[in-house]
Design a protein around this ligand. Structure first.
Ligand SMILES: CC(=O)/C=C/C=C(C)/C=C/C1=C(C)CCCC1(C)C
Ligand SMILES: CC(/C=C/C=O)=C\C=C\C=O
Ligand SMILES: [Fe+2]
Length: 534
């Protein structure tokens, strides 16, 4: 049986609503050929245009590889900048703001993502392979300074130095020169030496103020300076295990373990939700696959395999005792991102169930293949984005063996596309009403709207800039707010002309209140965090 070992970094005190407990981390350990493999999960982010000269710190162009647009894109003159390597290593400058940035919005939004998908003439194949590009939006007294910069991971530096891939990325692996090198590679895979430290998935602020970029390998955690975007170094955990971490320390403490119920290989966990007292651990039938881990060429599901016969489960761990207090079989599901979880109580206040919401892809793994760069770059006008919904799990806490999974609202409300979600952080683990995410206006090949979902009224309000690709809408609450949706939503957009801008939407009305054009369009980014002004 495979097992999960759990680790959480708990930098914030839970009850302080300003302190967002988003930086939980989970380490999956599994046994392959008698070796323990540890895979750590994050939680749960040139030319300067004339009117906007900015401050170009460095013009080290990244020599983007040649990207040929599809016939349809060429006809529509649609640019593919969201899926094209960032044009230069770094830039910083003040942006011209149209509209009004609220004066209370003082701090820095950081967004991380895989923004460089080639080394010399060699092009990566999957969205998740790219070297990390960190983008910074610094808001101060109604003004906005933008900056972006590549994270100086060992993997990135080595690829630049040797002009070839040197570490295993999500789907790319260095090609061994001969059989001996192949054997060496296998050894390096087991020791973890060949795994990437390219922290391209998310960024979190710890309770002590340190800012850490993350990916799904244990060595990926990288400390950065949120002001300069300097890479400060590897975040070295001082323990040799997995678990919960107090603010100001680098040491995690074991909380507990979850035994996978669906056979020898653990399910892929990209994120998981928590409540005040519980950690909810999903066990997807999309499982790690030993054979695929060893392959140099990508397989259809990369390092994973779909095992519907192994079933799907949700486990609930008590944070205090580490004990599993519920473990139920649920309908098959596919998700990257959990939105939130909260307790369900009966009239007497007794806990009856945990409700856990996620962006659920109708138990269909094809979304993983849809995220190849070739697919993203070859939109033909056909509606090819697989359907997704707010999947709501009900995990009974009375010992019943089965949980349920249903759409929390009619998916047509958000165009049957859904991913890259955020909520008001003060409602993490609590009963909540609103979620923000990317939705779809069809036809499309990727989520192309921003959507505000009202889980009580079961309605969504959608924002669209036709032909553009918006990144994860990030909610920042107004200090002193009493309403859940009192705040702003930040997103970065790459539009159909290949230009880019930051947009601010009012959290309540979901109307645009400000936008600020970037000097050039930026590649698509994933998850972000908020660093309040100190
Ligand atoms: C960007 C994103 O969402 C996911 C990134 C995932 C990565 C970089 C996964 C890397 C891995 C390896 C390099 C080998 C071992 C398996 C796995 C964790 C998939
Ligand atoms: C971009 C994405 C997952 C990112 C992982 O961090 C999923 C997009 C899904 C489309 O519906
Ligand atoms: Fe993610």
């Amino acid at each position: 049986m495979a097992s999960f070992a759990f680790s959480t970094i708990k930098p914030y005190s839970y009850d302080n609503s300003k302190n967002i407990d988003r930086s939980y981390r989970l380490k999956q350990e599994s046994s392959l050929f008698g070796k323990t493999i540890s895979i750590e999960k994050k939680i749960f982010s040139r030319e300067v245009c004339d009117e906007n000269p900015g401050l170009s710190i460095s013009n080290v162009a990244t020599k983007p590889a040649v990207i040929v647009p599809s016939k349809q894109d060429a006809e529509n003159n649609r640019k593919l900048v969201a899926w094209t390597s960032v044009r230069q290593e770094r830039w910083q400058g003040e942006l011209h703001v149209q509209g009004k940035i609220p004066l209370w919005l003082n701090g820095t939004y950081l967004r991380n993502g895989p923004g460089l998908w080639h080394i010399g003439d060699y092009n990566f194949r999957h969205l998740f392979d790219g070297y990390a590009t960190l983008v910074r939006l610094h808001f101060e007294n109604g003004r906005l300074v933008m900056g972006h910069r590549q994270i100086e991971s060992e993997a990135y530096k080595a690829s630049k130095k040797h002009n070839k891939l040197c570490y295993r990325e999500f789907s790319e692996a260095p090609k061994p020169d001969n059989f001996l090198a192949y054997i060496g590679d296998l050894a390096n895979l087991f020791s973890g030496a060949s795994l990437t430290d390219n922290a391209n998935t998310g960024v979190v602020r710890l309770g002590d103020g340190r800012v850490v970029c993350l990916t799904e390998t244990i060595k990926g955690s990288t400390v950065v300076d949120p002001n300069t975007l300097d890479t400060l170094g590897r975040f070295q955990f001082s323990d040799n295990l997995v678990v919960r971490m107090d603010p100001g320390t680098n040491e995690r403490k074991v909380m507990g373990r979850v035994k996978c119920r669906g056979g020898p290989s653990p399910g892929w966990v990209h994120s998981f939700p928590v409540t005040e007292h519980y950690v909810v651990v999903p066990e997807m039938p999309l499982r790690y696959c030993a054979q695929n881990l060893l392959k140099a060429e990508p397989t259809p599901l990369y390092k994973f395999q779909w095992h519907p016969e192994s079933k799907a489960y949700m486990h609930v761990m008590c944070k205090a005792s580490g004990k599993i207090v519920a473990s139920v079989e649920v309908p098959l599901f596919v998700t990257f991102h959990f939105i939130n979880a909260h307790l369900e109580r009966d009239e007497d206040g007794r806990v009856t169930a945990i409700i856990a919401d996620c962006c659920e892809h109708n138990a269909d793994t094809t979304i993983l293949q849809k995220l190849t760069l070739q697919n993203l770059r070859s939109y033909s006008g056909q509606d090819v984005l697989p359907d997704a919904r707010v999947g709501r799990f009900r995990i009974p806490m009375d010992g019943s063996p089965y949980g349920s999974l249903e759409a929390a609202l009619n998916p047509n409300e958000h165009g049957k596309g859904l991913d890259m979600c955020s909520i008001n952080p003060a409602f993490l683990g609590k009963k909540y009403r609103y979620a923000y995410a990317c939705g779809a206006q069809r036809p499309c090949n990727f989520p192309n709207t921003l959507t505000k979902i009202d889980l009580t009224e079961k309605k969504a309000k959608n924002w669209l800039d036709e032909g553009s690709i918006p990144s994860e809408p990030f909610f920042v609450p107004r200090p002193g707010a009493t309403e859940e949706d009192d705040g702003v939503v930040i997103s970065m957009i790459t539009d159909k002309n290949g230009e880019g801008y930051a947009v601010l939407l009012d959290g309540t009305t979901f109307e645009e209140i400000a936008r600020a054009k970037f000097p050039y369009g930026l590649p698509y980014g994933l998850h972000g965090c908020w660093v309040p002004k100190t």
